[in-house]
Design a protein around this ligand. Structure first.
Ligand SMILES: CSC[C@@H](O)[C@@H](O)C(=O)COP(=O)(O)O
Length: 346
């Protein structure tokens, strides 16, 4: 299979520090920030410089390297105390994407098992996490594409591509693979208010791959399905609970309800680092609430009547019963439930 758009990367480790492509500025500008300390990376995650669950996890792994470098240089005999505080702050930068906590715990556990300077080993581990994510995406791309019939059209929500992962993408990876297998007629993308990840990021990635993309406002998705224009809705996830309930970008639940009503199949694509077997069901997943201002304005300009308030949950929960298939690098789970998720994750 031809691997499409290996060139887009959300993050890169260099001698200068961790470089992050500033996703708030895309597609108008491609600018990179160079961050040299863990606190700046935590802020960048909170402020959406980098976003998307797997990308946040990888970024956190590199941030742990920065934290160890700082703390070990300052206090080689007792770097662990400060490092643990840094990891705690980092883990709190965004609450819903479990890949963040997963990466922080993996890095901290390794760090505390080491003697001497922890930095070289932690850097190798962060790079391994990054590479494993890319490999998982290619595997999921093939597995997900195999579920799709020739001549299908698909709808996706938010951005789940190279920008949201180590590279290639989860749901967008499946779309890339299905496109290169000549299976797709059309790709539709919700614009994804309020941050417009669909319009700004997914469209940007697909245009670079020369995959035709048609944007729609989120409220048009149900009508698109009613018109019989798509056979699959394909999304990523920020956390999958032990029973198969899925947290993803706000609007995913509405798309899943509409899909079931119209007989459109619903696919969730996520690496096993997104599966949280310690959380029993969707009701136990913390949903990030973001600033009202994100809804009351667009592109920095106010769009609402002065004095109006806004409700801005960043994610919602799609119950397992609305999901036809979860695709991971470990395998595929059809009609997920606790028993099937448990056997996937052993
Ligand atoms: C592979 S990305 C899966 C999810 O992280 C994605 O769908 C999503 O909801 C991203 O939300 P964001 O708020 O942009 O971080």
């Amino acid at each position: 299979m031809e691997k499409l758009h290996d060139a887009i990367r959300a993050m890169a480790w260099t001698d200068a520090g961790l470089e992050l492509l500033d996703q708030r500025k895309l597609p108008l500008a491609e600018s990179w920030l160079v961050l040299c300390d863990c606190a700046s990376v935590a802020r960048a995650i909170r402020d959406m410089v980098v976003r998307g669950a797997p990308a946040i996890g990888i970024t956190a792994a590199y941030a742990a390297v920065l934290a160890a470098r700082e703390r070990y240089a300052r206090q080689p005999s007792d770097w662990r105390t400060g490092f643990a505080i840094d990891m705690q702050n980092l883990a709190q930068s965004r609450p819903t994407a479990v890949n963040l906590v997963w990466a922080v715990e993996r890095m901290q556990q390794l760090a505390f098992s080491l003697n001497g300077n922890p930095v070289p080993v932690l850097l190798s581990e962060a790079q391994a996490i990054h590479e494993q994510d890319i490999a998982a995406n290619y595997t999921m791309g093939e597995r997900g594409a195999a579920c799709i019939d020739d001549g299908s059209s698909v709808l996706t929500h938010c951005n789940t591509g190279s920008l949201a992962t180590g590279g290639y993408g989860t749901a967008l990876g499946v779309i890339r693979s299905a496109w290169s297998d000549n299976k797709l007629n059309a790709v539709y993308a919700d614009e994804t208010r309020p941050w417009l990840q669909g319009a700004r990021l997914t469209a940007w990635e697909l245009v670079q791959d020369s995959i035709p993309v048609t944007l729609l406002v989120d409220g048009a998705a149900a009508w698109l399905m009613q018109q019989g224009r798509v056979q699959w809705v394909i999304v990523g996830s920020d956390r999958i609970a032990a029973n198969g309930d899925v947290a993803n970008k706000i609007g995913t639940y509405a798309a899943a309800v509409a899909a079931r009503h119209h007989g459109v199949r619903f696919m969730v694509v996520a690496p096993s680092s997104t599966v949280d077997m310690g959380t029993a069901c969707g009701a136990d997943i913390p949903i990030e609430m973001r600033a009202e201002q994100e809804v009351l304005s667009a592109g920095g300009q106010p769009v609402a009547a002065n004095g109006a308030q806004a409700w801005n949950p960043a994610f919602d929960i799609t119950p397992a019963e609305l999901i036809d298939v979860i695709v991971t690098e470990r395998g595929i789970v059809e009609h997920p439930d606790t028993v099937k998720m448990r056997s996937l994750m052993v």
